[in-house]
Design a protein around this ligand. Structure first.
Ligand code: FAD
Length: 464
């Protein structure tokens, strides 16, 4: 048979957002439709959208929902990707190399066979089983449908009180969105400080700044019930000791990998419930199945442990790697150092590497330093203060982690530390980094370098 008469291989992708459609798009760049048929299934209404932008759309910084859609199903179709919307994959038959699908609107079921399979099912938001949790006015913010429902709810409410449950980065960003919409915002948080991805001393800075913005912070409190009014809508959020009035409630409690299908199919899952892959993002032990994005566990390059981190930046990279490999090329995803940035109003929050408790858990001994510096030369207009906390390994001085909280110019400085972590630099080596300097951009010693100098001294002092 001549190559032109051979029927193409079929790639099936489960999940039509960041990881799945990045994989599909990259595979399509490398393989023509004659060589590789690509069929993707997405149960929702939207493909290739930015959930990351939802807080800014809800807050009014981004005017319309459509600005958050990177590529529509029609645009994917024009590139030779058969993206079937509102179609849920309900079963993976690994031995038979096929998936069972169900049309969400009609219920019609069908089987589709595959030669290669990509699992990119994302993560599922945690929704605690509390009285009143399904009441009108209680919202998640995972999808564009969620964002629209929240905006509709805000438009329908007459009151101005909002409660955000959870103070991770999504809770913090949603608190800002609601402040921008003119709401009196209460954040109820189970932890002792907001932003549990920081050490508590740095989380405290976020706490204080949020209170300074007029946000009521309720820490160390678990929500026990959602109270409703006579109209059935939410009216308050209850903890064991208090009630907080709420015309709307936003849930930002975290996510778990969406791996029910994979589990039922007998695919390997890690201790955090995410799929386990090799460095090429191939599911371990399965030659023709790849997985990426929020449904997988990733290697933390600093601690050497597997973790589940749900971030779009990883999902897009995973998709690129998968698409390259599926398309016949070669690429790997080595792992992450745990970099994340966010903000609440003008306060920027950044972290990379290990927190103190991560270092302890990994069996690493460390020294820490915290410095205060400015975003620009102290004499230059609008120089804003920032705090930088740095962890370095005892004796070796290897950089282990950095956290930064401050105003404009604080967050993206963490990228210097992310590069240093990836290169396994010591804090002393960091002090000689040739970073750019001019008064509008930084003091002559960048705050990250000031921290590295202090950490170098602390490592030496510790060594005696
Ligand atoms: C409010 C918010 C803000 C965020 N901000 C940031 C940020 O600032 N920076 C950052 O890096 N990340 C951010 N993220 C995280 C980022 O959006 C996710 O990490 C990213 O979307 C993950 O991509 P994914 O493709 O793995 O999963 P998803 O985007 O969740 O896509 C998975 C898709 O699979 C579909 N699916 C699942 N199961 C099935 C099935 N059985 N059949 C068919 N379809 C299925 C789902 O409907 C979904 O569309 C944010 C997330 C949220 C919710």
């Amino acid at each position: 048979m001549s190559p032109t008469n051979r029927s193409p291989e079929r790639l099936v992708v489960i999940g039509g957002d960041a990881a799945g459609m990045s994989a599909a798009s990259q595979a399509r760049r490398l393989r023509t439709p004659d060589e590789l048929e690509i069929v993707a299934f997405e149960r929702g209404h939207f493909s290739s959208f930015s959930a990351c932008g939802i807080p800014y759309w809800v807050g009014g910084d981004v005017a319309t929902r459509d600005e958050l859609i990177a590529r529509t199903p029609e645009e994917h179709a024009a590139r030779g990707i058969d993206l079937r919307m509102r179609t849920e994959v309900t079963e993976i038959d690994v031995a038979g190399r096929r998936v069972r699908t169900r049309a969400v609107d009609s219920g019609a079921e069908a089987w589709t066979s595959y030669d290669k399979l990509v699992i990119a099912t994302g993560a599922r938001p945690i929704r605690p089983d509390l009285p009143g949790i399904d009441a009108p006015g209680v919202h998640g913010v995972q999808t564009l449908d969620d964002g629209q429902a929240l905006l509709d709810s805000l438009a329908a409410t007459r009151g101005r009180s909002a409660v955000v449950v959870g103070a991770g980065y999504i809770g913090v960003e949603m608190a800002e969105a609601l402040v921008n919409r003119g709401y009196e915002v209460t954040v109820v948080n189970r932890g002792k400080e907001p932003m549990a991805t920081l050490d508590p001393d740095m989380g405290r800075l976020v706490h204080e700044a949020m209170e300074g913005l007029g946000i009521r912070m309720v820490d160390d409190a678990a929500v026990t019930k959602i109270l409703t009014g006579g109209d059935g809508r939410v009216r308050a959020v209850g903890t064991e000791s208090a009630e907080y009035p709420a015309d709307v409630v936003v849930l930002g409690i975290g996510v778990r990998p969406e791996t029910g299908l994979a589990r039922a199919a007998g695919l390997p899952l890690g201790e955090h419930g995410g799929l386990l892959t090799d460095l090429s993002m191939r599911v371990r032990g399965h030659e023709n199945i790849w997985a990426g994005g929020d449904c997988v566990e990733v290697m933390d390059l600093v601690s050497g442990r597997e973790r589940h981190i749900a971030l779009g930046t990883h999902a897009n990279k995973h998709g690129q790697v998968i698409g390259t490999n599926v398309g016949g090329g070669y690429a790997t995803f080595p792992g992450v150092v745990g970099t994340a940035v966010s903000k609440v109003c003008d306060l920027e929050i950044a972290r990379t590497g290990l927190r103190e408790k991560d270092a302890r858990r990994a069996g690493l001994q460390y020294v820490t330093v915290t410095i205060e510096s400015t975003s620009r030369a102290g004499y230059y207009p609008n120089a804003a203060s920032m705090k930088v906390k740095m962890l370095a390994e005892r004796r070796t001085g290897r950089l282990l982690g950095v956290q930064i909280v401050g105003r404009e110019g604080a967050a993206k400085r963490v990228d210097i530390a992310a590069v240093a972590l990836t290169a396994r630099m010591t804090v002393e080596e960091m002090t000689a980094l040739d970073l750019g300097y001019a008064p509008p951009f930084s003091p002559v010693w960048d705050p990250v370098l000031v921290a590295a100098r202090k950490a170098t001294a602390a490592v030496r002092e510790d060594a005696g």
